[in-house]
Write a new protein. Structure first.
Length: 182
């Protein structure tokens, strides 16, 4: 983990919390929010650390985009989630973004399990996992034969991923603060 200045942590928390509110309320993350986060993330890192900070910021944004964009192409997440992850990467850089990504994966897994259990969809979810693996093995998009695997479809069960990115980010910030306090 690379230490983030308090102002950067506050800015990051503000961006992800606002994105979570929009995602939970309106099921979308506004472009003005994620582009502001991206531009200010690049600017803050340039101001604080010069060209080295700018490169770190670009690497963080690039890593996030490279990981999230294929998920968007497979219709597993929305475009706003890709843009939010990219903005977060620009704010924190690649090392910290990867830590946030790990926390986000953990929260997404927990949320998915809760959703599966509360909606009694274990059998259907296992069939969907099989369809995904079969689709990947045959180089065919999994959503092509199963509308439940398309985040754009009304048949799919969707998680508000921006809210989950916010949880992962806030958990990362808390874990960083605890580690720094030791």
């Amino acid at each position: 983990m690379i230490h983030l200045p308090t102002a950067v942590q506050a800015f990051l928390a503000f961006i992800v919390i606002l994105a979570a509110i929009f995602d939970l309320r309106w099921r979308r993350v506004p472009n003005w929010l994620v582009f502001s986060g991206l531009v200010l993330g690049l600017g803050i890192n340039l101001f604080v650390s010069g060209t080295g900070g700018l490169w770190m910021s670009l690497k963080g944004a690039g890593l996030a985009f490279v990981i999230y964009f294929p998920l968007y192409l497979l219709r597993g997440i929305g475009a706003g989630d890709v843009k939010l992850a990219t903005a977060v990467g620009a704010i924190v850089g690649p090392v910290n973004w990867f830590g946030i990504f790990v926390w986000t994966l953990a929260f997404r897994g927990i949320a998915a399990l809760i959703l599966i259990l509360t909606r009694r969809r274990l059998r259907r979810s296992l069939a969907n996992i099989r369809a995904i693996l079969t689709g990947i093995g045959s180089a065919k998009a999994p959503y092509a034969n199963n509308s439940q695997l398309d985040v754009r479809s009304a048949d799919s069960v969707r998680l508000p991923h921006a809210a989950i990115i916010a949880l992962g980010t806030l958990a990362f910030l808390v874990a960083s603060a605890v580690r720094t306090a030791r």
